[in-house]
Every structure is written in structure tokens, then in C-alpha cells.
Design a protein around this ligand. Structure first.
Ligand code: 5GP
Length: 209
């Protein structure tokens, strides 16, 4: 049986750059990232099945009633959800799985999968966060204000997470996340038992929880 992979949840307020950080993390590592479903309309350049699975509200609600999501949330008037079966299949086959989701979703995942690794991405300052949301140029004035106000409230959930990473320079943030993942893989409570093979002088890691 394969050692199960880690479930790594990367989350934080809109505009902290978690998407950019995840992209850079995947460029350098062999992790598997879950593609979410959403009822939001595609932005220019977004491809169905790569950026998201773009669904109608009816399709999304059907999937909710079929219990197809690991978690889902309404974020700024649209639904977003993590398809469940694929994520579980990948973890069980030993892949380390990344979820890049909002805070409501991360807290729901934590209720059911407390063994996950929960990483909160913080902006270097609230001023910088405002600049980043504005510079993205994808939001209306009203949506900008909503996202910014929401970010203020969301930072209060930091204490529910295992780790905080400030995204000032993307490369530094990625280095920190890689270190977190490496440390998590070495945690004694993730390893059921280690056997010292006295003949060979080897230590074998056995099944993870
Ligand atoms: P955007 O519309 O900018 O792509 O995403 C808006 C927010 O939804 C971001 O904070 C993003 O991380 C979050 N999000 C994306 N996919 C999911 C998901 O599957 N579940 C939840 N709860 N949030 C998601």
C-alpha cells in the first residue's frame, strides 16, 4: 500500500497572491493541485478544466446534492467547490495534494481532515493588499471594496491555521512553503512506527496515519 500523500491547504484573503505562489510552487515541485468547480464566469485566458471547471448554478447545485464536493463556499456571489473523489484518490495513491481555496472552505476542510496542513498566506501590509487587488484590474470598484473589507475580517481566522507565510517576495514564500511541507513529512505523529533494522542498520518508515 502506498503511503498517503499530504493534503496541503493554501488559503488567505483575496489579493494576497496565493494563486501566484501556488503556480510557482508547482513549477518547482511534483505536487498535484486540485482544479475547483465554480459558477463564476471565465476571465480572459481562463481555460475550462485547467483554471476551473466552469459550471452553471444548476449544475453546481446538483453536485452539492450528490455530495460531490469535499467543501464548497459562496465567495463574492459565486459558488466555488473542491471536487471530492479525485482529491481522495490522489492522496490515497501517495500524491501530495494542494488546495488553493478561500478561508470558509479551508475551515470546512479542517473539520473533516484535521491532519491536513493549513497554510495562511498574508500580505506584507494592508496597504499592499489594497494595491494588489486594484492592480489586478479584473474587479469593479464595488467588488474591490467588498474584497478589501472581507480581507480585514478574514485575517482574524489566522489562528485556525497551522502556518502563516507572508507573501512579500514570491520566491521567499515558496521557499517557506517547501520547508513547511518537508517538516510535516518528518513529523513523528505522521509516522505510525519506525523500525530500526539492527542487521542492516536501517530505519524503515512505515505507514503514515
Ligand atoms: P477567483 O474568482 O479570484 O478565481 O477566486 C475567488 C476566491 O475563491 C479565491 O480566494 C480562491 O482561492 C477561492 N476559491 C477557488 N477555488 C475554491 C474552492 O474550490 N473552494 C473554495 N472554498 N474557495 C475557492
Amino acid at each position: 500500500m502506498n503511503k498517503p500523500g499530504l493534503l496541503i491547504v493554501i488559503s488567505g484573503p483575496s489579493g494576497t497572491g496565493k494563486g501566484t505562489v501556488c503556480k510557482a510552487l508547482l513549477d518547482r515541485n511534483d505536487f498535484w493541485i486540485s482544479v475547483s468547480s465554480t459558477t463564476r464566469r471565465p476571465r480572459v485566458g481562463e481555460v475550462n478544466g485547467e483554471s476551473y471547471y466552469f459550471l452553471s448554478k444548476e449544475e453546481f447545485l446538483d453536485k452539492i446534492s450528490e455530495n460531490d464536493f469535499l467543501e464548497y463556499a459562496e465567495v463574492y456571489g459565486n459558488y466555488y467547490g473542491t471536487p471530492k473523489s479525485k482529491v481522495i484518490e490522489m492522496i490515497e495513491s501517495g500524491e501530495d495534494v494542494i488546495l488553493e481555496i478561500d478561508i470558509q472552505g479551508a475551515l470546512k476542510v479542517k473539520e473533516n481532515y484535521p491532519n491536513g496542513v493549513f497554510i495562511f498566506i498574508l500580505p506584507p501590509s494592508m496597504e499592499e493588499l489594497k494595491k494588489r487587488i486594484t492592480n489586478r484590474g479584473t474587479e469593479t470598484e464595488e467588488s474591490l471594496m467588498t474584497r478589501f473589507k472581507c480581507a480585514y475580517k478574514e485575517i482574524n481566522y489566522l489562528s485556525k491555521y497551522n502556518y502563516a507565510v507572508v507573501n512579500d517576495e514570491v520566491e521567499d514564500a515558496v521557499n517557506k512553503i517547501e520547508s513547511i511541507i518537508l517538516a510535516e513529512k518528518c513529523r513523528v505523529d505522521r509516522i505510525k512506527s519506525t523500525i530500526l533494522d539492527s542487521k542492516e542498520g536501517l530505519i524503515h518508515e512505515q505507514l503514515y496515519d
